[in-house]
Design a protein around this ligand. Structure first.
Ligand SMILES: [Zn+2]
Length: 128
């Protein structure tokens, strides 16, 4: 093995690493954007629900069918956001607190936000 072969190998490994890192980052950036968009959408649905509720209480308007649609949309968004956050923490190599959904370091034994005891070695991995 010559010096040049070694150098060549090192350089190509370094390049591979950079490419992989960039892909991870852009996936993460895309995911962050999608989470942000979904959260904005959820806010709008909450606002719409509030407005309809106000109209119902104040003017006796019937928004029952809108309520159902909006609640279903909000429910789906909440689920999507949770999934995307889990995906994003996988990419970032962090984990999500099962209690309050806060993003935390994998090394934490307790959630720094809500104090929930987190998985230890003796705890069963649940794969879904
Ligand atoms: Zn927590």
């Amino acid at each position: 093995m010559s010096f040049w072969d070694d150098l060549q190998k090192t350089l190509s490994e370094a390049t591979d690493f950079t490419v992989q890192k960039t892909t991870e980052l852009s996936d993460l950036a895309k995911l962050k954007y999608k989470i942000h968009t979904a959260e904005k959408k959820l806010e709008r649905i909450y606002a719409e629900l509030g407005k309809n509720y106000f109209d119902t209480r104040k003017n006796g308007a019937d928004h029952e069918s809108e309520f159902n649609t909006l609640v279903m949309q909000a429910d789906k968004l909440i689920c999507d956001i949770a999934n995307m956050k889990a995906e994003s923490s996988k990419l970032k190599k962090t984990s999500v607190c099962p209690e309050c959904s806060a993003e935390i370091s994998k090394e934490c034994t307790f959630c720094p936000v809500c104090g929930e005891k987190l998985c230890e070695d003796d705890c069963d991995e649940i794969d879904d």
